[in-house]
Design a protein around this ligand. Structure first.
Ligand code: A3P
Length: 305
């Protein structure tokens, strides 16, 4: 389903005929729209999302470049925001039976292409959404309302290696593997899903300096090293700080352990389940480490990136 290019509106077809085009990492072409690269189905979602999404002041939006830790951030946000109704130590916690991507839908894919959320206005506040959209393509209402944006960044070397593995998992079994050198060349030129990676990060970094009350800039590496501190800061940013009692009762640690790589990746749902769009849930869990790039990069690649 990820690869299907049917059901594309005439508006989108007309637009793509005017856009720069390049070979993507999976099978479909990528098109450059507003400076960033998208496969056609995704582009349709971007247009629809830009036109229709109405943010609320109370919305929480999680933003990443692909492979920067979206799944982890989604799990953490969902567990923090819903901790009163779904205590993290409960046996029936939704994250034990649903992949985090189901709990926090992507605006431009699950909401506006797959129509997984029939009526956004019926969702109780705070609504939790995610997106990979660059600042330049965000729906205006996200920029104009007071909604709380968290941007999770990652060392581009690790993000690149993760994306290369992911793309190879999504390629049909009968097609050949995308070689590391070819993928690296594309990544450095900016031709990658929602790339150029550098422009994506830099715009959000600038936004976080200009609008620090609304945009929280976090790094995957920080979250790995100081998870407790980061989670407490996130909860404060979302105006749901942990009380002293919660801290003393171990709620912060319980959320971290519920959302840890080891726990999530070993759940049955994440070992064998699939997203409605066809991707295997296990494709979102690989190593979950900082510095895995060092096993793949030559000195020349390191200098170039
Ligand atoms: P690696 O391929 O380096 O292992 P995204 O969620 O944005 O698609 O990013 C996927 C990356 O985050 C993968 O990185 C994946 O293993 C890692 N990841 C997934 N869940 C995680 C978790 N709970 N904690 C830490 N890393 C996680």
């Amino acid at each position: 389903k990820y690869l299907q290019e049917d059901d594309i509106t005439q508006e989108c077809q007309a637009l793509i005929s005017t856009l720069p085009k390049d070979q993507g990492w999976v099978l479909s072409y990528l098109y450059q729209y507003q400076g960033f690269w998208h496969p056609i189905r995704q582009l349709q979602g971007v247009l629809s999302c830009q036109r229709h999404f109405q943010a609320r002041d109370t919305d929480i939006i999680l933003i990443t470049s692909p492979k920067c830790g979206t799944t982890w951030l989604k799990a953490l946000a969902y567990a923090v925001i819903n901790r009163k109704t779904n205590p993290p130590r409960g046996d029936n916690h939704p994250l034990l039976s649903f992949n985090p991507h189901k709990s926090v839908p992507f605006l431009e894919l699950k909401v506006y292409v797959d129509h997984q959320v029939p009526d956004l206005t019926e969702l109780p506040s705070p609504r939790l959404f995610s997106t990979h959209l660059p600042v330049e393509s965000l729906p205006l209402s996200i920029k104009e309302t007071g909604c709380k944006v968290v941007y999770l960044a990652r060392d581009p070397k690790d993000a690149f290696i993760s994306l290369w593995h992911f793309a190879n998992k999504l390629r049909p079994q009968n097609s050949c593997k995308l070689q590391l050198e070819e993928a690296f060349d594309k990544f450095c030129k900016g031709v990658s899903l929602y790339g150029p990676f550098w422009d994506h990060v830099l715009s959000y970094w600038k936004c976080s300096l200009e609008k620090s009350n609304n945009v929280f800039f976090l790094k995957y590496e920080e979250l790995k090293v100081q998870p407790k501190l980061c989670l407490k800061k996130l909860a404060e940013f979302w105006e749901r700080p942990f009380s002293l009692e919660e801290e003393n009762n171990g709620v912060v640690d319980e959320i971290l352990s519920l959302c840890s790589f080891d726990n999530l990746s070993n759940l049955e749902v994440n070992k064998v389940g699939k997203l409605s769009s066809g991707e295997q849930n296990n494709a979102f869990f690989r190593k979950g480490e900082v510095g895995n790039w060092a096993n793949y990069f030559t000195q020349e690649m390191t200098e170039k990136i």
